[in-house]
Design a protein around this ligand. Sequence first.
Ligand code: GLC
Ligand code: GLC
Length: 811
Amino acid sequence: MKFGTFDDTRKEYVINTPKTPYPWINYLGNEQFFGLISNTAGGYTFYRDARLRRLTRYRYNNIPLDTGGRYYYLYDDGDFWTPGWMPVKRDLDFYECRHGLGYTSITGERNGISVNQLAFVPMGHNAEVHRLVVKNTGSAKKSVKLFSFAEFCLWNAQDDMTNFQRNLSTGEVEVKDSVIYHKTEYRERRNHYAFYSVNKEIAGFDTDREAFVGMYNGLESPQAVVAGEPTNSVASGWSPIGSHALNITLEPGEEQSFIFVLGYIENPEEDKWESLNVINKKPAEAMIAQFATDAQVDAALAALAAHWDNLLSKYQIQSGDEKLDRMVNIWNPYQCMVTFNMSRSASYFESGIGRGMGFRDSNQDLLGFVHQIPERAKERILDIAATQFEDGSAYHQYQPLTKKGNNEVGTGFNDDPLWLILGTAAYIKETGDTSILDEQVPFDSNPDNTATLFEHLKRSFEHVTNNLGPHGLPLIGRADWNDCLNLNCFSTEPGESFQTTANIEGRVAESVFIAGLFVFVGPDYAEICRMRGLNDVAVDAEAKIDNMKEITLTHGFDGDWFLRAYDHYGDKIGSNENEEGKIFIEPQGICVMAGIGVEDGQAEKALSSVQEHLDTDYGIVLQQPPYSKYYLNLGEISTYPPGYKENAGIFCHNNPWIMIAETVLGHGDRAFEIYAKIAPAYLEDISEIHRTEPYVYSQMIAGKDAVRHGEAKNSWLTGTAAWNYVAITQSILGIQADFNGLKIDPCIPSAWDSFEITRVFRGDTYVIQIKNPNHVSKGVASLTLDGVAVEGNIIAPVGDGAVHQVVVELG
Ligand code: GLC
Ligand code: GLC
């Protein structure tokens, strides 16, 4: 069942009922200021850090689920309603939500009044702009009232939800003309405030939540709206809100627009005040003046659209399959940008207070993003590297506001260092800019202890070779990519975090996954060494990589598939010998991607075993059989009921590894089959089962052992976005940035006849036509660049900034 449709021309998903199976959300903001907005106008906003600089409140896992947001109540002669249906839930004669790239537009109509609510964050501003267009669609003159509503968060979202003995006494606001200023804690150490303005004269306002909502009411029937009268309350402690009241008179057919700005201002210490306890409002007034007219709002929207057109223009496909085109051209890169911006911090599943930027996550997120804005990828790489320790290990996460490693989440995930090599290599391949390697980067954020980025990569590589276990495989540490395979943890304390609790330093538990990852990224490291003239280092690295390959085949292969690990006692995990958890997806993917066992058939066996044991109609599950009870020696993986999350859920992040692995073996049909199983646009028709947004990937789909097989959770913030983007654009469609040029190496379903890709690479535009007259899956038979035959399948950068025609024939 569908709950909307794709509008590819406008790059929007159009939702035609507020009652989606789960709130279907969008992200606003591209730079420093962000918002989450659902199809019923729920959600919240923050500046840079969803934990430390939250502007508006949101109550996760609320009843009803998605309550709290940007609500505009239309009061019409005793009747009142909201265009997004929630929270009032009054029947609407018309409802539509259009989620676009960086904006959301919601329209509701009732009793001859239509209200369109548009929300976006303009480029270059720390604010959300909301334009409300109220139209009289009936035949009689109407007098109505509009009430806005936003509930302020007292900045630190964690503290705001817990520290009530203090927070119920600190709230402060100012109101001047049509602008409400939220200034809690500005009197002391904060130098920032929020404001909420409207570009028209108001009939009144409210800033005290209780005065507006009422002690015994909810947001479905705020007392001031019920009465149709604002109370002009000025908050003092308790919960500050912003609500403007506007009187509107409309002739039949007439419409009026109202522009609200919900913004964030920082003042320099010496310029904080206008007079005693009166905040300096000049910067707010300047920003408000930029959005005083519809023409200004239209121009800001056009700038946002141009920003996105430019980003998306870097890779565009025309394949004839509209689902594939909309994933590759619009929604997958869009989600990649969001994961790049948010990491795993704030979604409808991530509370915005638990997790900052992940070391491994952000490096992987880069892969889906680096071609869009390489400068920002560079900045991110340097930020991440600065949280690395001298021995090459790393903080697992850091806070985006402070850019400091997060002690609460700890260290010791032994795969972390390697992802830095992968992220950096992706940046250099895309840009050709090797100067990044010479940047001085701190260890543990200490500016007095720095080394070049190259030195950081070296420590990353050596962190693996310095930490090998009894079989010569890498020690797993706290965990590898699978946060929940905690082989040194042995936790018996209820509720204790598996990721942060003290581990036993056994130096026995080893990871075949890290071995595969080492072999996969190692050659990039060796190549980078060569580029720096460090031949000896490169040769030494290559010997270590070859050795790891050998060891993986000797001690990491179980007969029909790759083993997952050795535990604290040296016993096998992910082996046919195990009763549960016999086969895991991760090592099959990464080892074959690394080319391990390709020559002697182990790779073929591993992927057939995946198909035989792990495949389902909705994607490939993480392992089989699921763990039916808690295993002290395995940790969190065995805490989930069978079929969910890491315990045999379809953990979408690693499905593309199997797609890529299949392309390594030339299996284009199978690779695309797996792609289409989890690509959201292909799941639109089963939205009642899948439940999350049909335009973005989710972290997990419940596996075959789960009660709710096929149901997705944790949409938006997942490495799935970047890896699927890599799998489809680079491995299946076959356009890969490489150190010395653009490599063309598709691996497609043999039935495909042809497709065309436009790829901007190092300043040139390549229009690449790929023809498949002989219906093969893989193999470039010929390649021409502007009509001239090219030897091999790598196009050396032309470098003239022009458009170049590439014709490729497979065969
Ligand atoms: C989550 C984490 C990611 C981890 C994965 C598997 O998605 O963000 O870092 O690799 O779970 O446990
Ligand atoms: C839990 C989740 C896992 C996530 C981790 C992050 O273990 O199952 O997916 O990576 O938390 O802290």
